[in-house]
Design a protein around this ligand. Structure first.
Ligand SMILES: *Cc1c(COP(=O)(O)O)cnc(C)c1O
Length: 404
């Protein structure tokens, strides 16, 4: 290898290596090792010649904060690299990524398809808000591939789904999805937040656009909100135009935190995959547990699909306790280490009780029709020592058992 001149990191394709180095120039401002936070809202032109060079597209440069930022650009290039995509866009939140992308792709009179086991806010946006603009939305039960294919109309623009889903961690068969969509020339969008590009790369399966709530594993420290979409140049460009006008920009400091999180994300996710598997196995054996949902377990209904298309099964484990709403509350109150909070993917382990947190405003009957039972718990493993997480769960579950 040559000892000087331009360094070629593209020669190194390890996932951890690329998570640290991909997408950035080797020579940075003031020889800084890290990518600088370019905290500016606008960029200056030296003179009229520079303006002309820019407007005639002779020179690619930054113009105004809403249209791009150097720190943001590095994060976009790195994420595109990790997803195996041509291009990527970063947003101020996962929901900003989802809504901006959808608005960029649809016109009045279009039809879209979404699976019923989708992020609550995404489902709400597609099902309730898009109708206002004359966009028809069909909600298809997750896993019903025949009905999915049957629901495609002449005006269907895209199929959107998640995989794995929240909280049951259902897995969408991405090969089947592509076969169905290709036949009818429909775009496919997958929200891959629970998997991350480490565990699953939908683009490799022919999916057109991949979304991430970078708030979760990619940033990984429970301290920022961010979102991304990645895919082919022309599709991402279409969304970029909308993004410039909608303005859901990530600020440069947040972007730096995202870049910083990305450097350790493969390490974290490996630990989280491992811990979640051990936690799932522990829970399966505990007498207070009725059922455990984890795609890495043979007992999970989509274990075979997960094994086929994922490298690891992720850091979230969902389980149903024996008992009633009261038992679930005893359990939450007895936890000493785990924080009670919505969200997932950060270094701190979090536990949430969907019935009283994200579905508090639903009637019990509505909740149960969606599978959100009184004793359903979602655990998102952090990177603490796995034995400590399990010990906390054990003492809280044993406490519930003793009170019954
Ligand atoms: C959190 C989440 C979102 C929304 O992302 P925000 O960053 O909170 O806006 C979308 N989809 C999934 C699967 C999520 O977990």
């Amino acid at each position: 290898m040559k000892k000087s001149g331009k360094k070629r990191i593209e020669l190194f394709d390890g996932f951890s290596t690329r998570s640290i180095h991909a997408g950035e120039e080797r020579n940075r401002y003031a020889d800084s090792l890290t990518t600088p936070i370019v905290q500016t809202s606008t960029y200056t032109f030296k003179d009229s010649r520079e303006i002309k060079e820019f407007t005639s597209k002779k020179k690619d440069r930054f113009e105004y904060g809403r249209y791009g930022n150097p720190t943001e650009k590095v994060a976009q290039q790195r994420l595109a690299d990790l997803e195996g995509a041509e291009d990527c866009l970063i947003f101020s939140s996962g929901m900003s990524a989802i809504t901006t992308t959808i608005l960029a792709l649809i016109r009045t009179g279009d039809h879209i398809i979404i699976t019923d086991d989708a992020y609550k806010k995404t489902l709400e946006f597609c099902n309730a808000y898009l109708a206002r603009f004359g966009v028809e939305c069909t909600v298809v039960p997750f896993g019903d591939y025949a009905l999915l294919e049957h629901s495609i109309q002449k005006n269907t623009r895209f199929i959107i789904s998640e995989s794995p889903t929240n909280p049951y961690l259902n897995i969408f068969d991405l090969e089947k999805l592509k076969k169905i969509a290709r036949k009818r020339d429909v775009l496919t969008i997958i929200d891959s937040t629970f998997a991350t590009p480490y565990n699953q790369r939908p683009i490799d399966f022919g999916v057109d656009l991949v979304m991430q709530s970078c708030t979760k594993y990619l940033a990984g420290h429970n301290d920022i909100l961010a979102g991304s979409i990645a895919g082919r140049n022309e599709l991402v460009e279409e969304v970029r135009k909308m993004h410039k006008g909608m303005g859901g920009l990530i600020d440069p400091h947040c972007c730096y935190l995202l870049l910083r999180g990305l450097k350790t994300f493969p390490l974290r996710i490996e630990r989280q995959n491992e811990s979640a598997m051990a936690i799932a196995r522990f829970l399966e054996k505990h007498p207070m547990i009725r059922k455990v949902y984890y795609p890495g377990l043979k007992s999970h209904c989509h274990h075979t699909i997960a094994r086929k298309q994922m490298r690891g099964y992720g850091g979230v484990v969902t389980f149903e306790m024996d008992g009633t709403l009261k038992t679930a509350n005893w359990f939450l109150d007895a936890l000493q280490l785990l924080y009670i909070a919505p969200s997932l993917g950060g270094v701190e382990s979090l536990i949430t009780h969907p019935a009283t947190v994200s579905y508090y405003d639903y009637s019990r009957k509505e909740r149960y029709s969606l599978g959100i039972t009184d004793t359903l718990i979602r655990l998102a493993a952090g990177v603490e020592d796995c034995d400590d997480i399990i010990n906390d769960l054990r003492q809280a579950l044993d406490y519930c058992k003793s009170r019954r």
